[in-house]
Design a protein around this ligand. Structure first.
Ligand SMILES: Nc1ncnc2c1ncn2[C@@H]1O[C@H](COP(=O)(O)OP(=O)(O)OP(=O)(O)O)[C@@H](O)[C@H]1O
Length: 306
C-alpha cells in the first residue's frame, strides 16, 4: 500500500506547518509527501493518487477544509483509505469522525491490518453546481457569519494573537442585529413543510459544526441519512440562548428548533440567502428555486481506529 501525506501549511493560521515540522520526525514509515499551494490543491493531489489504481493510504494534515478536499479527491475509490490529522482552527471533523491525535497513532495504524470503514458524504445541488459536504451544509445566519469572517482581514490579524474566535463573536453580534429572517419550504421524500421567520437551516452528516457546537446530536456519518436542523420564530436574545445551549446539545428542547432525518431534503427560500458547505462559502440561494440536499452513502473509506 502506498502512503501519501498531504499537508496544508496555512491551516490553523500557519500552526499546521509548525506542527508538521515536529510531527514528521516521529513517523517510522516511508511515504510520499505534498504541501498544498492553493485552495482545492489537496483534491487534485488526492485524485491523482486515486487514479493510479494502486492501494492508497492518504493522510490529510490540516483542518476541516483539508480533510474535505482530500476526501472529495478519493470519492468512489475502493482502493483508497483516508486518514486525518487535525491541525486546523475549528477541527469539527475530529469531533464527528475518528482522527489521529499524534504520530504514534499514525505509526500504529500503518503497522496494523489497516482496517477501513465506509462513510457517507452529503451533496448540495443547485441548478448549476454540485457541492459536497463531509460535516454539514447550511443556509442563512451561520452561513452569512462564516462568509464575513472568512473574507475579513481582521480574522488574519486576530489569529496571529490566537484571538480568531473574537472575529467570529464580532460578526455574530453584528449579524444578530442586522439579519433579516427568511421563509423556508422543506420538501422531503414523503412530506413538505413551510417554516416562517427562519434564522438558519443546517443539513448535517455528523453531529458537530461551528468549531465544537453539537448541532445535530443524532447524526451518524455512516447511517445513510442526513439531518436537517431549522431554527425559526425566535427573538434575537433567545437565538443567543439557543447558540449557547448548542454547545451542550440541549438546543433540541427549544420548540423553535426543528430536527428531521431523511435521505434527501429540497430547500427553497423566499429571499436570497448565503450558503456554506463545511464552513466554506458555497454561493447563495435563488428565491423560489430549490436547492437539493442528499446523502451519498458509503462513498469514501476512512481509517478505522481502535
Ligand atoms: N497553500 C495554500 N494557500 C492558501 N490556502 C490554502 C493553501 N492550501 C490549502 N488552502 C486552503 O486553506 C483553507 C483552510 O484550510 P483548513 O480548513 O484545513 O484550515 P482551517 O480553516 O485553519 O481549519 P478549520 O476548517 O478546521 O477551522 C482550505 O479551504 C484550503 O482550500
Amino acid at each position: 500500500m502506498k502512503i501519501t501525506i498531504i499537508v496544508n501549511p496555512t491551516a490553523g493560521n500557519g500552526k499546521s506547518l509548525k506542527r508538521w515540522e515536529k510531527f514528521k520526525h516521529k513517523l517510522n514509515f516511508i511515504y510520499d509527501f505534498h504541501m498544498t499551494t492553493s485552495p482545492k490543491h489537496a483534491t487534485a493531489l488526492a485524485r491523482k493518487c486515486a487514479e493510479t489504481g494502486e492501494s492508497q493510504f492518504i493522510i490529510a494534515f490540516g483542518g476541516d477544509g483539508t480533510a474535505h478536499e482530500v476526501i472529495e479527491g478519493t470519492l468512489d475509490c475502493s482502493n483508497c483509505i483516508v486518514g486525518v490529522v487535525g491541525a486546523g482552527s475549528g477541527n469539527d471533523f475530529g469531533r464527528g469522525f475518528l482522527s489521529f491525535r499524534n504520530a504514534h497513532e499514525v505509526n500504529k495504524y500503518v503497522q496494523s491490518q489497516r482496517v477501513a470503514i465506509e462513510m457517507d458524504i452529503g451533496l448540495m445541488n443547485d441548478q448549476d453546481k454540485k457541492y459536497y459536504f463531509v460535516n454539514n451544509a447550511g443556509i442563512g445566519f451561520d452561513a452569512y457569519i462564516a462568509y464575513q469572517v472568512n473574507k475579513s482581514p481582521v480574522k488574519k490579524i486576530l489569529n496571529k494573537f490566537n484571538l480568531g474566535k473574537l472575529a467570529y463573536t464580532f460578526f455574530l453580534i453584528k449579524t444578530l442585529v442586522t439579519f433579516k429572517h427568511f421563509d423556508l419550504t422543506v420538501n422531503m421524500p414523503n412530506h413538505s413543510k413551510k417554516l416562517e421567520k427562519v434564522w438558519f437551516a443546517t443539513v448535517s452528516n455528523q453531529p458537530y459544526f461551528g468549531g465544537g457546537m453539537k448541532i445535530s446530536p443524532q447524526s451518524n456519518p455512516a447511517d445513510g441519512q442526513i439531518e436537517l436542523t431549522v431554527v425559526h420564530h425566535l427573538s434575537r436574545i433567545k437565538l443567543l440562548l439557543v447558540f449557547v445551549s448548542v454547545f451542550f446539545g440541549k438546543h433540541t428542547s427549544f420548540k423553535e428548533v426543528h430536527q428531521m432525518s431523511a435521505t434527501s431534503f429540497s430547500l427553497t427560500t423566499n429571499n436570497t440567502m448565503y450558503r456554506h458547505t463545511d464552513g466554506e462559502y458555497a454561493g447563495k440561494t435563488s428565491p423560489h428555486f430549490a436547492d437539493e440536499f442528499s446523502v451519498l452513502p458509503k462513498r469514501w473509506r476512512m481509517t478505522k481506529l481502535t
